[in-house]
Design a protein around this ligand. Structure first.
Ligand code: NAI
Ligand code: MG
Length: 502
């Protein structure tokens, strides 16, 4: 579907009653770009194995672009079977040697040190995250990097208290963990994987996603500076084939994967019949349930956050709005008004609400879903904001007049696209919310605590937020039902994925 180009000539007129929004006069912001002068991006990055940066054995590299400009910003080494094997051997050697014989509180000290260094270098990490992946600097600065540091702080605290986490049992590390992460929260997913693994005494071989490996390599530099013993953390870059080499390596004890449900299924098949432990954090199609008695303006803010945070590249995004009939028109009007205020554009501009779509591939995927929506009979509403000419950008989009059986309602779009449906009773809302193959997250807005409990208990969903959305904390477990995955990450539950109990 082609993007509409009409913009400023006809200022948007709010449609909801009593709206105070005045787009004709006040909705212009001067640019407020974050400087990228202080960050260093090398022309080429190597693999991080056994505490050293090493060239890939086949000498192959692949390019990474800035999706907001489509310019190539650097290139990463492609790890092949031989390189993955070297990384696993280094991780095994570190596990058998220094790392597992360290006093637990010393392991904790390394994690604390990593957390503090992430805080010290937070500006650099945020800018790199936004440049390589397209997310708004406000989010990488205020969410991704602080939460990544918080995960290291949190699990540092557990390192010498594991006996209290599992009373009456003796927790032991698993050994070498292979960890494969996606492109939507590159540094944060790295923290989710590495912090609990190390706290429990494991060593890791981690593969970042091919479009967003930059902060993982910066992290490798930090690991070196922190003096973490060689081989404890190994970072290998590459695409799906490199991931598959990790999954299939014979000397890996556990696989932790976050990504698409399709790849998650492939991994589960490869692991069947082996004694590798695994956790899979996969896709989602979260429902946002808004009752007539909800505080409507707050609900609209929650919906905006649920679907447009990180361009909608969020596994727990609330991508299906279910509104009770009596307030459906009002909520839709207010939602459109609010969507018109969102600024789409340069990820490094501090005013930007919605940055660039992560890659050309994901850009095509989202656009093809918009076409599918049209074919299925949806009414498409896109906000009229201007978008940059270059780069991968998509305007905030609503798909109304959709049915439960439509692909746009059932499948994960992973972009700034929200479907809208109505319901009459709480039971109907719960049935509709549960009627997808996924079960990762959901939200409910109502004035009544009893409805929150009813809906919360009825949703087959790992997380349910009430009168808010997308609130994350390292102490809180996260994970899915059904095709959204297996196992929990975060909190005390996240520790059990990295220990065997004797
Ligand atoms: P993906 O699942 O292919 O990529 C995630 C990670 O898995 C990357 O590091 C990738 O290199 C690796 N990988 C790919 N094939 C592999 C294999 N056979 N064995 C081991 N590792 C492998 O995700 P992709 O293709 O980039 O995105 C496609 C769709 O997946 C998105 O449109 C979105 O719907 C969903 N997705 C969901 C995520 C989530 O957090 N739930 C994250 C990323 C994508
Ligand atoms: Mg990139």
């Amino acid at each position: 579907m082609s993007q509409t180009t009409e913009t400023k000539e006809t200022p948007y007129k709010p449609t909801s009653p009593n709206s105070k929004l005045d787009f004709a006069s006040v909705w212009e912001y001067a640019p407020a770009p974050e400087s990228s002068d202080h960050v260093e991006i090398k022309d080429q990055y190597q693999l991080f194995i056994d505490g050293k940066f090493v060239k890939p054995s086949k000498g192959r590299y692949f390019k990474s672009t800035n999706p907001a400009t489509t310019e190539v910003i650097t290139e990463f080494a492609e790890a092949t079977q031989n390189d993955v094997d070297k990384a696993v051997k280094a991780a095994r050697k570190a596990f058998k040697g220094e790392w597992s014989s360290l006093a637990p509180k010393t392991r904790g000290k390394y994690l604390y040190r990593i957390a503090r260094m992430l805080q010290e270098r937070s500006r650099e990490f945020s800018v790199l995250e936004s440049m390589d992946g397209g997310k708004p600097i406000r989010e990488s600065r205020d969410v991704d990097v602080p939460l990544a540091a918080a995960h290291f702080f949190y699990y540092a605290g557990w390192a010498d208290k594991l006996d209290y986490a599992f009373p009456g049992k003796t927790p032991e590390p698993l050994g070498v963990c292979g960890q494969i992460i996606p492109w939507n929260f590159p540094l944060l997913m790295l923290a989710w994987k590495i912090a609990p693994a190390l706290a429990c005494g494991n060593t890791v071989v981690l593969k970042p996603a091919e479009t967003t490996s930059l902060t993982a390599l910066k992290f490798a530099e930090l690991v070196k500076d922190a003096g973490v013993p060689a081989g404890v953390i190994n970072i290998v870059t590459g695409a799906g084939q490199t991931g598959a080499e990790i999954v299939n390596h014979k000397d890996i004890d556990k696989i932790a994967f976050t990504g698409s449900t399709g790849v998650g299924k492939l991994i589960q098949k490869s692991l069947a019949g082996t004694d590798k432990k695994f956790t899979l954090e996969l896709g989602g199609k979260g429902a946002l349930i808004v009752f007539e008695d909800a505080p409507i303006d707050q609900a609209v803010e929650g919906i905006i956050n649920a679907i447009f945070f990180n361009q909608g590249h969020v596994c727990c995004a609330g991508s299906r709005l279910l509104v009770q009939e009596g307030v459906a028109d009002l909520v839709t009007q207010k939602l459109k008004d609010r969507m018109e205020t969102l600024i789409v554009g340069d990820p490094l501009d501090k005013n930007t609400d919605i940055g660039a779509i992560n890659s050309s591939q994901q850009f095509e995927t989202i656009n093809s879903y918009l076409e599918i929506g049209v074919d299925e009979g949806a009414d498409v509403y896109q906000s009229k904001c201007s978008i940059p000419e270059n780069g991968y950008f998509i305007r905030p989009t609503l798909l109304a007049n959709v049915a439960q059986s439509n692909r746009v309602v059932q499948e994960e779009i992973f972009g700034p696209v929200l479907t809208v449906q109505t319901f009459r009773t709480a039971d109907e809302a719960i049935d509709k919310a549960n009627n997808t193959p996924f079960g990762l997250a959901g939200g409910v807005w109502t004035d009544k605590g009893s409805k929150i409990f009813k809906v919360g208990a009825g949703l087959r969903s790992g997380v349910v937020w009430a009168n808010t959305y997308n609130k994350f904390d390292p102490t809180s477990p996260f994970g899915g039902y059904k095709e959204s995955g297996v196992g929990r990450e975060g909190g005390l539950h996240g520790l059990s994925a990295y220990v065997k109990l004797k």
